[in-house]
Design a protein around this ligand. Sequence first.
Ligand code: FAD
Length: 364
Amino acid sequence: LAGARDLVGDLVGDRAAEWDRAGLIPEEVLRTLSGRGLLCAGVPEASGGLGASSAANGEFTAFVGSRCSSLRSVMTSQGMAAWTIQRLGSAQQHAEYLPKLAGGQLAAVAFSEPEAGSDLSAMTTTIERHDDTVIVRGQKVWTTAAHYADMIVVVGRYGSGAAAVVVPASAPGVTVTRVAQPSGCRAAGHANVTLDEVRLPATAVLGGGQPLMLLVTTALAYGRISVAWGCVGILRACLDAARGHARTRTQFGKRLADHQLVARHLANLLTSEQIATRVCEHASRCWDEGSPEMVVATVLAKQVSAVQAAQGAATAVQVLGSAAAHEGHVVERAYRDAKLMELIEGSTEICELILADHAVSMPA
Ligand code: FAD
């Protein structure tokens, strides 16, 4: 990932607030990063990717997240699409799709439906096989990056089990409608996707016939670790802004940092950033070592980091006072973006349920 931070620094510059206001990231920015393999840096070199470790990709994701959570969200979607193809696809499908994702194309992943949010077992989208063809029917909602995507990895029912299918966004029957004015990550290209009798070759089906929840867990694992590292980035941006402000602003004759109640906020922010970093490092180590703990460590990282980011962003707003009350301020964006991280990829409550199950089933 040499040079990746400089490139992101140059491409984002001070434009994140402008993109947030416009609700759009310029397409050439996304194409440039995708073309360098940076939106899914974990894709193996043999498949045209950079072969980054989870730890290296995670630190890079945090860096992007500290600059622009919308861009980091697009990166999470691209990485999740690549991971799903890697895990569920055949060697032929790896050769077909992965070089494209590491070479300039853009992707999204669609699970959620109007009646299937936290409870994805209520999913009704179907992928129906007819000889060499499949027909996809359904309605997906809130698909991050779908507005930009060339391909959408759609999860649906397939026979008595489930599958994912790679749907070109330009295929007849696909309609992508932007979600109007999301409260956070506003430039991440969230869209609802209607799939009306979309006919595709059966070779587009990944992992046909698996149990739905197994497939969902596999795909979401990447989304969770990526969001967790993105939250570390939010916390780092908030910590930087809060300490910079507290060092320079004077009230009651001394720096804000020298008022003990403000100093406590700074201590809490640093604590949040350190806690989130450590759980993410632990989860990435599990990924890089192929540890059986990987799934639980990833859920833990996502749950802890999202909660810490939402609390930390609120704390940073408190430290900055009216300085953070301007739309587009880095801390104001962080406050809106971080809250959404508690809802997605398994909300805080859903992650807590998974962790509670794990706690109950642990050997004495
Ligand atoms: P609900 O499921 O209706 O839940 C509402 C509340 O009830 C939550 O607090 C939840 O935790 C709680 N709750 C629900 N069930 C339980 C329970 N059993 N016990 C305790 N509490 C419970 N989807 C995609 O497929 N792809 C994407 O790329 C994507 N990106 C998104 C980006 C953003 C910014 C947002 C907001 C959403 C995105 N989603 C995406 C959808 C997201 O995954 C869902 O919003 C999420 O799964 C929660 O579903 P829901 O919003 O329908 O809330």
